[in-house]
Design a protein around this ligand. Structure first.
Ligand SMILES: *Cc1c(COP(=O)(O)O)cnc(C)c1O
Length: 392
């Protein structure tokens, strides 16, 4: 059999399982209204929660900095690519997170790989929530540490697992805000368990930064956790910051360790300096323009109230991630396609991104939506979601 024949067999099976993934071609900036495959739609699947990706000041800063620094950084951070803009952004991210230092990575995926593989090896143990982001799972596997999963946010189960763990370093890793569910990790309880069992806590706060906490400082700010309690924070810049990239925040010793040993930090080209510069502007906006978070809160309240009245299968989330749990893959796909036909773009999330039987619409609300947009979404959902999956 040729390689293509082998591959096509698998592709056909994936399509039959309703798991096939397809890309749309977007012809506009991310925002409330988007143009997809030539058609104007209302979008509810962007992670640009604060509406900063298309902000005029952020765009202007990107332009200005690229006139000065050019486009590409030219090298990795350790060789020559670490610009003044990267450096200042790291200082500002450390201040935002209340940590001694921060270190930029090119993506969140790479930050997670870089931290976990630098800190763990054979003989160590990593403990991960079952619903952790794929990049955290991959990082744990790649580290060669012993891999222990615990049921979603089940602290007693984690504690039993910690009691049975062998010698070696112990790292507990969770999403701060779970990316497909929108709920928060029970960080104070997790931090206490870690301290009781000589383990260290790491969060991936990709969906918390900019959103959670009074100044957008994420879950660490929301729960007021110190470096002792929460020594390792990963944040991403491609979501609420509206730009691109990621960072790790923590102690001086942690950051120096990553600079020395983190392979996905060392062996890759630094972000364009203009992206770092633009991120500095979005960081200022994110801290000072708290009306964006207030706007989100009122949209979330409006959506949840309306969805409850329509008996839609809401999940327990107060963040901009508002999934509707539909169950099987086909229902999720059918509903998202029917919404598309009505000009509403929402992603159908299926296994392996979520557990089998937990397929869902992942609705995200952004500060550039308004009450009318949410009303249109609810109207379309009411026409589309089958009665069988509605709740009492
Ligand atoms: C998006 C995401 C990442 C990956 O970040 P990128 O910068 O897009 O690579 C990591 N973790 C979580 C929880 C995410 O949602």
């Amino acid at each position: 059999m040729s390689l293509d024949d082998e591959l096509n067999q698998v592709l056909v099976a994936r399509r039959e399982q309703q798991l096939y993934r397809e890309r749309y071609v977007s012809e506009s900036a991310t925002g409330a209204e988007v143009i997809i495959d030539g058609r104007r739609m209302l979008g509810f699947c962007s992670n640009d929660y604060l509406g900063l990706a298309n902000h005029p000041e952020v765009i202007e800063r990107l332009h200005d900095a690229s006139r000065h620094f050019g486009v590409g950084s030219g090298a990795s951070h350790l060789v020559y690519g670490h610009s003044e803009e990267h450096h200042q952004l790291e200082l500002e991210l450390a201040a935002l997170t209340g940590r001694a230092r921060a270190l930029l990575f090119s993506t969140g995926y790479m930050a997670n790989l870089g931290v976990i593989t630098a800190l763990l090896g054979r003989g160590d143990t990593v403990f991960e929530d079952r619903l952790n982001h794929a990049s955290l799972i991959d990082a744990g596997v790649l580290s060669r540490a012993k891999f222990k999963r615990f049921a979603h946010s089940n602290v007693p189960q984690l504690q039993r697992s910690l009691q049975q763990a062998g010698d070696g370093r112990r790292l507990v890793v969770v999403d701060g805000v779970f990316s497909m569910d929108g709920d928060l990790a029970p960080l104070p309880e997790l931090a206490a368990s870690c301290q009781a069992h000589g383990a260290h806590l790491m969060i991936d706060d990709a969906h918390g930064f900019g959103i959670i906490g009074k100044h957008g400082g994420g879950c660490a700010e929301h729960f007021q956790l110190s470096t002792e309690e929460l020594p390792i924070i990963v944040g991403t810049l491609g979501k609420a910051f509206g730009t691109f990239g990621a960072f790790v925040a923590g102690s001086d010793a942690l950051i120096e360790t990553l600079i020395q040993f983190s392979r996905s930090y060392i062996y890759t080209t630094a972000l364009p300096p203009s992206v770092a510069a633009a991120t500095r502007t979005s960081l200022q906006l994110l801290k000072t323009e708290s009306w964006r978070r207030d706007r989100l809160d009122s949209l979330i309240a409006q959506f949840r109230l309306g969805a409850r009245q329509l008996k839609l299968p809401l999940m327990d989330s107060f963040t901009p991630i508002q999934p509707l749990l539909l169950g099987d893959e086909k229902t999720a796909l059918d509903v998202s396609q029917a919404l598309r036909a009505q000009g509403i773009l929402v992603g159908a999330i299926r296994p392996p991104t979520v557990p089998v039987g937990a397929s869902r619409l992942r609705i995200t609300l952004c500060a550039n939506h308004n009450a009318e947009h949410v009303a249109q979404l609810l109207y379309a959902l009411d026409r589309t979601v089958p009665d069988a999956v509605r709740v009492e």
